[in-house]
Design a protein around this ligand. Sequence first.
Ligand code: ZN
Length: 246
Amino acid sequence: MSLFKTSGVIIKSADYKENDKLLWIYTEELGKITAIAKGAKKNKSRLFSVTSPLCYSDYVVFKGKNLFNLQEGKIINSFKGLMSNLDKLTYASYVCELIDIGLEDGEIDKNLYIEFIKTLYLLNTDAIDYELLIRSFELKLLKATGYGINLETCSICKRKIRTSKYINLQSYGGICENCNKDHSIHISKEAYAALKFLNKIDASRIYMMKLSGDIKKQIEKINLYFISTNYSRKPKSLEMLNYIKE
Ligand SMILES: [Zn+2]
């Protein structure tokens, strides 16, 4: 029996049998895994607190026949601040759902994992526009899974461009004046510049950005188009997000 030690975050959990929990954990060393935590539903279980949603811990697991088995865990951060604020909780659930729908089991990408953890930590602070933080994570996930948006060169003829009035939905990026505008959505010059900036900066620099509601909407529309067309299903927590925004 080989044991694996890895840090990870519980992105989803479900009750299983009488006392067990089924967990989806996004881990640093093993990618996304499904694990069973025996007895974890009991209050007295040593696994009780390390198996709650959003819990970020060092885990020890071993591979069973089909699933991993959770042996033990030591909490790094339980992100209690996210659990007690509905907006933050919804954004955090959405980020977890993106990992769930965007990655295959066992797909390891340490850079994306770091971005994911950073996003949860930044959500847990108060000095940032959460909507932009979410957009930034969406762009990082798209890039990591092979659907990155190209804004530096024309996505059709590859000529260098500074800006574009369109984002082409088939070639994933801006287009120059000469290329065909079919299958594209319109974007304002300001929104293009903001998207370009957001696509390259580190999440910790988002606090520098101040964008109007209209620009944020344009960026959201583009990101969501690529997310809902490329992954296994449309994220459900988005409905909740729209509800709390109203
Ligand atoms: Zn072109």
